[in-house]
Design a protein around this ligand. Structure first.
Ligand code: ZN
Ligand code: FE
Length: 764
């Protein structure tokens, strides 16, 4: 007897070949009805025999396309209509869109096979793709994901592509960006104003220019890259000079996995990340540190080709290892529009390899690492974002605008927390525009009005993100920065009520008492909020947040509390005169703030070891210190005692100074410093967990990007009966703040929690 079922599937089910898959399964089981994309996922209506329907539902789960990710399947019985066949309906619009957008995917093996098959219609066609691969989010203008809503709207498919698009047995059935050399966009090369070459010749010539040591701007999925031969030091040097990028590491792209293995040490976990369909930049230990590509850094950021164009470039003779850095000047956002690229990359790139398909939105490369506690995302963007990373128990939409550095936005719709791609540092005008655009983008994509959302921001009164919220919303909620860091880990794990010990070791963040926090130990849960139990002994930080640029400025603040110091202007310290000026600022309390920032303690230590110049990118001094320490296998930890609620840094810095005066090896000093931090934290964790009766520890904040510190902690904590939780989906740095804000606001909103505003001392 025939029955009918209405099935509702949620998850990443649009733009990943899901409807064709449903169509084929329905046909194979002799079922009639229809399938359609809705704004909430995919709806299926089926009629047929009960056992066939059962079989179909089982296959939904086990046999779906590789890029799809199902989060829920609802099956209801329905009235029979009497369909005579199975069909794919046009998309249905409903009130609200919660269907997840698929991030962009690397080109698949089937498409690569065709790309290099001379007999194939799409032989060497740089825009080849299918339902299992290719662009998604970076070409999407609005949901639902259908061709007219993408940047492929300007090209109408020809008969050849049309036949594949409508053929349910074809790999390109309903592949929205389907294209071929006859009907689709192509690439062209611009050298100055004069030379313009199109299609295959442009790629051949771009590869030739790279071989000659030229710098070529290459349009990728989410923006322009600047590429040059990584083995050509003249080219790499001139890229640094032209881009005004003094010392920040460049990412590299290798021809294939074999070439990546020659350059970095890859674990099985790193290789898995490197080859995943997100194709992120993977940080791994360099076989031979490169002073040109990543100065004073033990790691290199490596990625594999992910667009057909990248594969064509390598196949056309481009050098096997390319520097591939974001196409921008200094730290501005990556260029993604052609005119913008011509304007901003003029004078940097010798030529531009421009693809005709527009990019709907800027999406940087993602950066990840296989770390001691599992996957760490340092930057979540192409291939990873946007995605629903957590479910929060709230019906009301929540918009969380993150922090000012490494900004991301989180929008919670029907309890699903969508975290945006990395936007950047809001001190740049361009980033601020991107910030506002991303908010608009998310709100309109999901059909949420700003006035209906609970809006959350950082409690820092001087953040641009705070100012943005306050200029538009009257009843916004402020969340303290470091509680948001801890909350981000718990949100990822959907762990709402369990009490944990939360360690936030971070650069800077605005504390409850107006001081600059960043070395905080909390206890609590998402539902009850977090109490500050202990913290780094406060120092005076001259210049406040700006001290992050000058490690000696931090040193002046920390050392101010210590007696009997040697003259640090003299060898072996050789501090610049800035140190004396900063010390005067501290003594007179001019623009000087109390700070418990662990990030600044790393800076002070780096200064004592010789990093006395200006830091040219965030976290540079700490990376420099870690690089020195990694050269030494182990060292006796420096003393870093807990005194009541304070972690006292004075014995630690004293030990560094004494060892410097004794001319101890710099690597050993750096190693003993790291070991000291890890030991102190481990003891504090054990003590506080015992006294608070908790057995789970959360580690978050920018300092935990330090892999040496994490592996030391892993070593020390492994034998303890404690669970240690770190971020896996969002970054431990400020890229994770927006998710944490949304999570804390969820519980404040439901009345379960008043976000703890514990009064605090600000003595230093
Ligand atoms: Zn494909
Ligand atoms: Fe932070």
């Amino acid at each position: 007897m025939n029955i009918a079922r209405s099935i509702h599937v949620k998850g990443i089910v649009q733009g990943v070949g899901f409807r064709p898959f449903v169509f084929r399964q329905a046909q194979a089981n002799g079922l009639n009805g229809w399938v359609a994309n809705t704004e909430e996922g995919v709806d299926i209506f089926l009629e047929g025999s009960e056992d066939r329907l059962e079989a179909f539902i089982q296959q939904l789960d086990s046999g779906h396309p590789p890029a799809a990710c199902i989060t829920s399947v609802e099956v209801r019985s329905a009235e029979r209509v009497g369909f005579e066949r199975f069909s794919i309906l046009e998309s249905l619009r409903k009130d609200r869109i919660t269907a997840r957008i698929s991030p962009d995917l690397a080109v698949c093996d089937d498409c690569l096979g065709e790309l290099f098959d001379p007999a194939d219609h799409r032989y060497r066609y740089p825009y080849i793709n299918c339902t299992n691969c290719g662009p998604r989010y970076s070409i999407l203008r609005q949901l639902p994901y259908d061709r007219p809503n993408t940047t492929m709207q300007a090209w109408s498919m020809d008969e050849f592509c049309g036949r594949e698009y409508h053929d349910v047995s074809n790999r390109r059935f309903h592949a929205q960006p389907i294209a071929c050399p006859a009907c689709g966009p192509s690439y062209f090369l611009e050298i100055g104003d004069a030379v313009r070459e199109i299609s295959d010749a442009s790629i051949q010539n771009a590869a030739g220019l790279l071989r000659q040591g030229k710098i070529v701007a290459v349009k990728g999925l989410g923006g322009y890259h600047l590429a040059c031969d990584a083995a050509n030091s003249v080219a790499v040097k001139s890229l640094r000079e032209r881009k005004y990028r003094k010392e920040k590491p460049f990412a590299i792209m290798t021809k294939d996995l074999e070439h990546a293995r020659l350059i970095v040490d890859l674990t099985a976990e790193s290789e898995e990340l490197l080859c995943s369909s997100a194709r992120p930049i993977v940080l791994a230990t360099a076989k031979a540190p490169s002073s040109e590509i990543a100065p004073d850094n033990s790691e290199l950021g490596v990625m594999l080709p992910y667009t057909p164009l990248h594969h064509l470039l390598f196949a056309s003779g481009a050098p096997d290892v390319l520097v591939m850095t974001s196409g921008n000047r200094s730290s501005e956002p990556i260029a993604y529009e052609d005119d913008e690229a011509r304007r901003t990359l003029n004078g940097i790139a010798d030529a531009l390899l421009i693809g005709e398909r527009p990019i709907a939105r800027r999406v940087d490369d993602s950066v990840v690492r296989a770390g001691a506690f599992g996957r760490v995302v340092l930057r979540s963007a192409r291939g990873l974002s946007p995605s629903a990373v957590a479910k929060l128990p709230t019906r009301r939409p929540i918009l969380a605008v993150g922090a000012d550095l490494k900004n991301t936005i989180t929008l919670v719709v029907d309890g699903q927390a969508f975290v945006s791609q990395h936007i950047g540092d809001l001190e740049h005008h361009e980033s601020l525009l991107a910030f506002e655009q991303t908010i608009q983008d998310l709100l309109s994509t999901y059909g949420i009005r700003l006035e209906d959302a609970l809006v959350v921001h950082d409690s820092h009164p001087q953040y641009a993100s705070t100012a943005f919220v306050q200029s538009r919303v009257s009843n916004a909620v402020a969340v303290q920065h470091h509680r948001a860091h801890i909350a981000s880990v718990l949100a990822e794990r959907e762990c709402f009520t369990q009490r944990v010990l939360g360690v936030a070791f971070d650069g800077t963040g605005f504390g409850d008492d107006g001081a600059i926090w960043g070395g905080e130990i909390f206890c609590g849960s998402l539902t009850e909020g977090f109490n500050r139990l202990a913290h780094l002994r406060p120092a005076w930080l001259p210049g406040g947040d700006a001290a992050a640029h000058y490690p000696v400025q931090s040193a002046a603040g920390f050392l101010n509390q210590m007696e009997g110091l040697p003259n640090l202007i003299e060898p072996p310290f050789d501090f610049p005169i800035l140190y004396a000026r900063a010390t005067q600022m501290v003594n007179k309390r001019v623009r000087t703030f109390a700070s418990s920032s662990m990030g600044r303690l790393f800076d002070a230590a780096a200064a004592l070891l010789g990093f006395t110049r200006q830091s040219t990118f965030e976290g540079q001094a700490a990376a420099w210190l870690e690089f020195r320490a990694r050269g030494v296998a182990s060292a006796e930890p420096y003393p870093f005692p807990s005194q009541g609620r304070e972690l006292d840094f004075r014995p630690l810095l004293r030990a560094i100074i004494d060892d410097r005066l004794r001319h101890r090896d710099l690597g050993e000093i750096a190693r003993a410093f790291h070991a000291g931090i890890a030991c102190c934290l481990c003891d504090a964790i054990k003590n506080w967990c015992a006294s608070e009766h908790v057995d789970a520890v959360v580690l978050s904040g920018g300092v935990f990007q330090n892999e040496l510190l994490l592996s030391d902690l892993k070593h020390l904590l492994d034998s303890e009966p404690l669970q240690v939780w770190t971020n896996h989906a969002v970054p431990p740095n400020d890229g994770g703040i927006s998710l944490g804000q949304a999570a804390l606001a969820t519980f404040q909103n439901t009345g379960a929690l008043a976000i703890s505003q514990q009064p605090l001392r600000s003595e230093a």
